[in-house]
Design a protein around this ligand. Sequence first.
Ligand SMILES: [Zn+2]
Ligand SMILES: [Zn+2]
Ligand SMILES: [Zn+2]
Length: 255
Amino acid sequence: MRVIVLGCATSTGVPIIGCTCPVCTSENPKNKRTRCSLYVETQGKNILIDTSTDLRFQALRHSITKLDAVLYTHSHADHTHGIDELRTYNFMNNMVIPCFGNTQTLANIENNFKYIFDGVRSAGGKPKLELNIINGEFGIGDASVIPVEIYHADWLIYGYRIGNMAYLTDCSGIPSESMDKLQGLELLIISALRYRPHEAHLNVEEAVMTVGELNPRLTVLTHMGHELEYDKLKSELPDGIVPAYDGMEVELNEP
Ligand SMILES: [Zn+2]
Ligand SMILES: [Zn+2]
Ligand SMILES: [Zn+2]
């Protein structure tokens, strides 16, 4: 099982347009973050989690030429605005792309991108997507996927567990039933926006506390803003927790 952090930024990306702070002007490539998304290869299937604003660039950077499914965490712009790039996979893979998410997420996507779903033929072409509401464990071929409900402010959105890897982005809290689904992880990827608290996102301290309750073998922090400098954050984190960087790859045994 191969996991690639395609992007690990919060919604603005880092650098932020026009910002002259030390992180936004840093020469360290690990401080240059595109919008948050994950790519997973498992059981012969290629799975994308979210279609970030930067999907085209990310897919080119990693030569991703086949997608079997897209899992949506939620419908915020930074996680969905690359949706039109799925057209390329329709052509290249000669298939309709199955997309999965909860009821609210898929309803918002249908509403926000009406042109895709209005049934009107368009000369410019549009993505061919099949929306599938999921509310429990399901399969993509032989790969088993467990949606895990987490809070994002007052929304309940999905994180996903695939084998012994879980991806929880835009998390502000985890209900106890969901904590039960996150036991025995080899890899946890969880969001940590900044040092200061935020209504809709865990900060670094809260993310580290959550990790302490779950005890995965390795934890990677993602969805990071421009307050977080890669080397500084890395030196501050406890053993077993590291910040993500764009293009970070982790190999795991197949479940
Ligand atoms: Zn986000
Ligand atoms: Zn900045
Ligand atoms: Zn969000």
